[in-house]
Design a protein around this ligand. Sequence first.
Ligand SMILES: *Cc1c(COP(=O)(O)O)cnc(C)c1O
Length: 386
Amino acid sequence: MGSKKEEDLKVRKYRLMSPGPTPVPEKILLRMADTMIHHRTPQFQGILKDVNAKMKKVFRTENPVFIFASSGTGAMEASVVNLLSRGDKVLVIRGGKFGERFSEICGAYGVEAVGYDVTWGEPADPAVVDKLLREHADVKAVYSTLCETSTGVVNDIKGIAKVVSGMGAVLVVDAVSGLTADELRTDEWGVDVVVCGSQKGLMLPPGLAFLSLSPKAEELMERSDLPKYYFDLKAARKSYKKDDTPWTPAVSLIMGLDSVLDMILEEGPDTVIDRHARLAHATREAVRAIGLEIFSKSPSNAVTSVKVPEGIDGAALVKKMRDEQGVTIAGGQAALKGKIFRIAHLGYMDEYDTIAAIAGVEIVLSQLGYDVEFGKGVARMQELLK
Ligand SMILES: *Cc1c(COP(=O)(O)O)cnc(C)c1O
């Protein structure tokens, strides 16, 4: 003793509260450590058959949900290269980094993307989508995000779906961060394609991407002439019918997915969303109790975006939270760099994770010179979560 500095004696838990990746439950980690098996076996195909059935329940669709070994962007790219043809026109709702990504993918494949540029922090207006679709009657597909992770905005997908289906176009929704956090009734609302990734609400490591496909989207797919190989949905569809995959699947991640889907279905998909809503609401109220403002005008349950107060260094706040408090949150991206910080509620999260995050924010804000009365945010949260 005596020779060690105080810092060296600290046991510090690693708290991952960024909007992806997110913490992986212990029992899922153990499942993924299971013996490696061959994928062209009745054993693996049995697992895949169960997974495919359970995915439909979580995606709220009767349509197939295909699984790829890639990050979420792979499924976004698959939704472009499989539905469209050279020279096609689409409408892209751009209210942040992820909406922009759809435009960039379209650009890479020579698809004309008409942009609906939404002010960052605001949700897309279905009436504007309607107006743009009337102006561009030849639009084949509309691309939207459910939760625009870069701003913490949840979009009115139900309203957008109503407009899009009325105009005969196909609706593609990026629910990479939104699925399991924000309500999404795929078939009931008429959403044709939902894309997702493993490392957010689905509580897995990064490495899997998902895509659900409606019969209407399948029609577009039959005519698509854009180049594709790994992400060819015709190959995926052929294998899917035999509970198989065209290429080697990410066996361990799919075993983890099998157990994660059991966890979600046991808790109940609606209860999972309610839990996210409760944590997100308490976080917003706690943040306001500290005297800060919420950035999003239509806050998602997946992630809470908070304005960095005047005179405070936003990058330093995120860094001190991570390095000194052990809580990994996210800063702002692109134009929002240094202007907001983001606390996620995604996946394997409970009351005490959010209380820890708010307690840490109070400490760090005070260190950075912001006038904060300790316990104000925490107390508000305790009131709401008791
Ligand atoms: C995380 C995320 C993605 C996918 O990003 P990857 O890094 O490719 O997994 C796509 N859209 C949204 C809204 C996201 O939050």
